[in-house]
Design a protein around this ligand. Structure first.
Ligand code: NDP
Ligand code: X2W
Length: 347
């Protein structure tokens, strides 16, 4: 049994981790750390946990923590984990960070897009990008995982197989992302106020989204194409969970829908959380809700020569806490599905 701590206790990422850890056969939730609510029972903040999780949230104290836990999940905003991970690693703890603090290799890029100082270089070097299906071999040997952002998860899983084959014209990629409001976390803001979001659809952070450099970094790495750039637009949609990326690109050589679907099905054949839809069928966010699946539909248009890929995830599961558990499974030699095999909640 591995003993776990979750940091950022009152947030959505944390409460989703608590749900997943609770049903994981090799994990025990030993402590929940809260910056704002230490001393408070978690069920006071989240009554849906009543009679299920009895934990009084605590404050951060590495000396105390190191004696009672083996792994720390950080579900905190940018700028927090980069200060706490070094002391965890010095005590030999496994770390999985849900924030963007360790995702960008170049510290200056992080500082530009996140407007915080970057994490110490030593730990940026140590961190492994936790896009499970693509970097599984590296994840198995890592003790510090930088969990991908939600949009990059849906986007990179959809693009990397074709990019690696050299089939994608790298200057043609357009990613149209849409997210439910829980993607913005639990904190209150005007942008996520009910009356602003309900029966409304709006674009946000155009040209300024922190996931742009993350997507470009990994597409560049996989394509070996210097200065890879993408057009990425994000939209807030009036639902709680779920994220869809509609991705468009030009092919470098002719490929039919059937050829692409067969290829993707083969690439992901040993990856239980990726489901490729048959020709003419495209996934919807509800089809993955509450689950760790990433569902992908592909269409190659013979008229225009353009490919459209639709990729959907639950932002809080495959886009955050589920993928974190999936990575922990790999790090510890457990079956990647452990604690995660769940039929999505439908309707
Ligand atoms: N929501 C999503 O779909 C996804 C989120 N992420 C990332 O995961 C991380 C957590 O997201 P999410 O749970 O949604 O965010 P929330 O805003 O819901 O929760 C973050 C929590 O972090 C704690 N916190 C806030 N400020 C500080 C601070 N200055 N120092 C220490 N702790 C602080 C708070 O909990 P407390 O006061 O109890 O400590 C807060 O509730 C973020 O980095 C986010 O970008 C990644 C992918 C998807
Ligand atoms: C709806 C919404 O606001 N979503 C957030 C996703 C946050 C996230 O996954 O991001 P990081 O961990 O990279 O900060 C956004 O678009 O910024």
């Amino acid at each position: 049994m591995l003993r776990a701590a979750v940091v950022g206790g009152t947030g959505y990422g944390a409460v989703e981790l608590i749900r997943l850890i609770d049903k994981h056969p090799h994990l025990q939730l030993n402590t929940v750390i809260s910056h704002s609510q230490s001393g408070t029972e978690i069920e006071e903040i989240y009554p849906h946990l009543t009679n299920l999780i009895h934990i009084t949230m605590d404050e951060w104290n590495i000396q105390k923590l190191a004696k009672i836990i083996d792994v720390v999940f950080f579900a905190t905003p940018p700028g927090v984990s980069q200060k706490l991970v070094p002391e965890c690693r010095q005590h030999g703890l496994q770390c999985i960070d849900l924030s963007g603090d360790f995702r960008l290799i170049n510290p200056e890029t992080y500082e530009t897009w996140y407007a915080y100082s970057a994490a110490p270089q030593e730990y940026l070097n140590e961190a492994t990008y936790g896009l499970t299906e693509i970097y599984g071999d590296d994840i198995k040997n890592s003790k510090l995982i930088s969990n991908p952002g939600c949009y990059p998860t849906a986007t990179l899983l959809a693009l990397i197989p074709a990019v690696k084959q050299g089939w994608v014209k790298m200057d043609s990629i357009i990613i149209d992302g849409k997210s439910g409001v829980s993607g913005a976390g639990r904190k209150v803001s005007l942008a996520t106020h009910f009356s602003e979001v309900n029966e409304n659809l709006k674009a946000y952070k155009l040209g300024a989204h922190q996931h742009i450099p993350e997507i470009e970094q990994y597409l560049q790495q996989e394509s070996k194409e210097p200065n890879t750039q993408v057009t990425f637009s994000t939209h807030l949609i009036p639902m709680t969970r779920g994220l869809m990326c509609s991705i468009y690109f030009d092919l470098t050589e002719k490929k039919t829908t059937e050829e692409l679907i067969n290829f993707y099905t083969e690439v992901y054949s040993n990856h239980p959380f990726i489901r490729i839809r048959p020709e003419g069928i495209f996934p919807a966010t509800k089809e993955v809700s509450g689950s760790n699946y990433c569902d992908i539909g592909i269409h190659s248009d013979p008229r225009t020569g353009k490919v459209t890929i639709i990729s959907v995830i639950d932002n809080l599961v495959k886009g955050a806490s589920g993928q974190a558990i999936q990575n922990l499974n790999l790090m510890n030699g457990w079956d990647v599905r452990t604690g995660l095999l769940e039929i999505p909640i439908y309707p």
